[in-house]
Design a protein around this ligand. Sequence first.
Ligand SMILES: [Zn+2]
Length: 213
Amino acid sequence: MSSACQFLHKNLATLPRFRAGFNPQDLPRNGLYFLFEKGEAAHGGDRVVRVGTHTGQNNLSKRLNEHLFKHNKDRSVFRKHVGRCLLTREVDSFLEFWELDLTAKKQREQFEHLVDKKRLAEIETDVSDYVNEKFSFVVLSVENKENRLKIETGMLGTIAQCSECTASAQWLGRQHPNSVIRENGLWNIQGLKGVPFSEEEIDYLFIRSDEAA
Ligand SMILES: [Zn+2]
């Protein structure tokens, strides 16, 4: 299991690395993304701390923008996770309001007037500042949506079940209220029990990701 994960990390390390300010035209239109975070290491290099993909066709760069930079936690569970941890670390009571989802009209009518908008904007900025400073990513091109979702689950299973991929003592995710994040060292909750890939499967995915099933 760990050797397949080692092989995966070795392959990911060969891909072009992107950071804040990336040019969307440099990314494939469809695929999976793998996030790395400063201070997190495994297999002799940077450790994957999140795997994700998108359902809407041709939306990979739009989805990455929502996760990493767009000031709206309700469009990104990843931003919500990071914000939760930053607020918990500071013992900030605004956490209660950060948890509210204001996407639906009914929720907005019920809760919006309770939320300090200026404070909310400040936390969104804090999340983006943290993400910009700490995170980088690589992408694996996969055109077909069903394949993307299957591959995401296999990748998450490979990493989550690897004994060498563990969070550092200082990892921000250790502040998260959900033990799944704290214990697996990933900014993911779903899909961690996926059947891990073999080295052969990973090799195939990196050579022919678009046709892979
Ligand atoms: Zn690993």
